[in-house]
Write a protein of this length. Structure first.
Length: 612
């Protein structure tokens, strides 16, 4: 029994953590410009949806009852669903059984589905009812993805507590009239050792304890009461829906899950396409996360590098729904590593996440050492700021500017200073404001001129730029068919970076990845004065396969498909890593704040010394 339970938990963690662990998938009939691309991709990453096995998603295909019951079971009750599947139950029946056990389907339900009608198409109004039932009534319900259904089971609004107990996956725990268990449910192995219990603490809260891990099973709040909202959604056919459907549609509309069709109707009897079903389900996930935001949940974190390889094993911890993964990564960063760019937040439907890290560069290790020396008084601030690690630190800093522009200049600036009060009047906050001496009545601030030292950050003409440029020849791998062969590439860069650029490309050339480079460019005079290409401190490469994109629309280049196109730069690959070790930012992740190219601004071809 212990071995079987451990197996179920392992599968549960893998399934519920699919968003972090599943490999990226693409489908030839689902372009990134498709309106439902993001939500379908999310559903695939969580293991909720799959393609058709031939490389397609068929986003316009019709969903059946079997499909959608399996989808919501995989989403909100993954352990129960996988438990049923592991016992030999087919996926259609498993989705139906879990939906019944969890209350997504009710006894004597008005929803038109039975085991014999699972292959029939599901309608929009039926999907609305299912989604309204999986949602918690309000925040703080205390339920995890695999705890009882949100639908009330008795007059007091409580549900009974299912617990894994047999080969069919689940049984119902004994309960009294209030829906509480009257005795703990215990599963044991052949030696009589208990591994799962349902217990009640001194506060009356119910807990499911699996091999020492406690999951709260506190009573669920009453189901959504539509009587509290008398206004109907602005859907022209809302009045035509039966009352049960109206309650569900009203709630989903209030939460922003349902928005109506282009013609202003809800279309309750219309069948649901795969793309529509995915979007509605993922919006429901977001709504559930919002309703449960701040709730503490038990999680497992896998510490990995950019290639998904372990850098620190797994950690069991707790976090709150809504916590950012990047913030959690900062807490659990292993020694010698830093937090890598990552998106996402803790969700109610996921219990395992991959936190991403990158090894500290030599410059970053030198910075840590210099910082310690400065704080301990071993070096002065001027010595600290003159350290060479600044030259390999990502982003802009005075040491880099001094290297590139070679000198400092002074300028006069005007500042406003508030005059000091006469002695004895400085701390008179608690008394009546005194009159200022004659001549100081209107002295709110005095303007003075000061001389400050600044470092130049740009060149002002093509002639000035070109006087600082030099051409370098660097080694690269060329791809001819499926074969890689040595080649060279000529780049015009700032003379102060010539040796550094040569070293960067030599390291890329010598790396086992042997990343192929077909084209590249450095210095270029442009009217946009913020472009680092003007300064010879930016390099573009493989332009067509590493497009510049804003909110999913290509500006320059054709695409970015790492793993498919060998010329597309991989986020965790040698090119990004080596440039970063030399203090160069990559435009693929430097500014956008999101890894998805359909959001924000990305320039995947671009590497820059000052991070612009």
């Amino acid at each position: 029994m212990k071995r079987k339970l451990a197996g179920l938990l392992s599968v549960f963690l893998l399934l519920s953590g699919g968003g972090a662990l599943a490999a990226d998938k693409s489908f030839r009939d689902l372009p990134s410009a498709h309106w439902a691309y993001r939500e379908i991709t999310r559903a695939v990453s969580h293991g909720i949806m799959n393609g058709l096995g031939d490389g397609t998603m068929n986003p316009d295909g019709t969903l059946t009852w079997a499909h959608y019951l399996a989808m919501i079971s995989r989403t909100f009750a993954p352990m129960a669903y996988e438990g049923a599947r592991s016992s030999g139950t087919d996926w259609k029946t498993a989705g139906y059984q879990v939906s019944v056990n969890r209350g997504y389907l009710l006894q004597n339900d008005f929803l038109p589905v039975t085991l014999s009608t699972l292959n029939g198409p599901i309608s929009r109004q039926d999907v609305a009812v299912l989604l309204s039932r999986v949602l918690p009534a309000a925040s703080g319900s205390g339920y995890t993805a695999d705890t009882p259904a949100p639908a009330p089971a008795n007059d007091n609004g409580y549900t009974t507590v299912p617990a894994p107990a047999n080969d069919n996956g689940y049984t119902t725990a004994p309960s009294d009239d209030d829906g509480y268990t009257t005795a703990p449910v215990i599963s044991a192995d052949g030696n009589g050792d208990a591994h799962m219990t349902v217990t009640t603490d001194s506060s009356g809260d119910i807990w499911l304890v699996i091999d020492g891990v406690s999951i709260p099973l506190t009573p669920r709040q009453a189901a959504y009461d539509p009587s509290g909202n008398s206004s109907a959604p602005p859907l022209s056919d809302f009045a035509e829906l039966d009352s049960g459907y109206q309650a569900a549609v009203r709630r989903l509309y209030d939460l922003g899950i349902v928005r109506g069709k282009a013609d202003g109707t809800f279309g309750g009897a219309d069948t649901v396409r795969r793309c529509d079903g995915a979007v509605l389900l993922m919006r429901t996930v977001d709504a559930a996360d919002s309703l449960r935001a701040g709730e503490v949940v038990a999680l497992a974190f896998d510490l990995v590098d950019g290639d998904g390889k372990s850098v620190g094993g797994a950690i069991e911890a707790s976090a709150r729904i809504g916590d950012s993964l990047s913030g959690l990564a900062a807490v659990y960063a292993p020694t010698g590593y830093k937090v890598a760019p990552q998106d996402g937040r803790v969700s109610a439907i996921q219990s395992r996440y991959a936190l991403k890290f990158a090894p500290l560069t030599q410059a970053e290790r030198e910075e840590i050492e210099a910082d310690a020396q400065y704080r301990q008084g071993q070096i002065s601030y001027e010595e600290y700021m003159s350290k060479d690690f600044w030259l390999r630190k990502l982003g802009d800093n005075p040491r880099k500017r001094l290297l590139i522009f070679g000198n400092e200049y002074t300028e006069e600036i005007t500042v406003t200073e508030t005059p000091e009060l006469p002695e004895g009047m400085e701390n008179m906050e608690g008394v009546e404001t005194p009159e200022l001496p004659e001549g100081m009545e209107n002295m709110e601030g005095v303007e003075t001129v000061q001389t400050v030292t600044r470092t130049e950050i740009e060149y002002n003409s093509p002639e000035e730029c070109e006087s600082h440029m030099v051409s370098v020849e660097v080694p690269v791998w060329k791809l001819r068919g499926q074969q890689k062969s040595p080649g060279t590439l000529h780049l015009t860069v700032n003379s102060a970076l010539a040796e550094e650029v040569t070293a960067i490309f030599t390291e890329i050339y010598n790396d086992p990845e042997q990343f192929p480079i077909t084209d590249g460019g450095g210095y270029s005079w442009r009217t946009n004065s913020r472009s680092e290409h003007i300064q010879g401190t930016a390099i573009d490469m493989n332009v067509d396969a590493n497009y510049q994109v804003r909110d999913g629309g290509a500006i320059v280049g054709d695409h970015w498909t790492p793993g498919e196109d060998p010329y597309s730069i991989t986020p965790g690959g040698s090119v990004v890593r080596i440039f970063a070790e030399h203090g160069w930012d990559w435009g693929g992740n430097a500014w956008a704040g999101h890894s998805d190219p359909s959001y924000g601004y990305h320039d995947y071809m671009h590497f820059s010394y000052f991070g612009r």
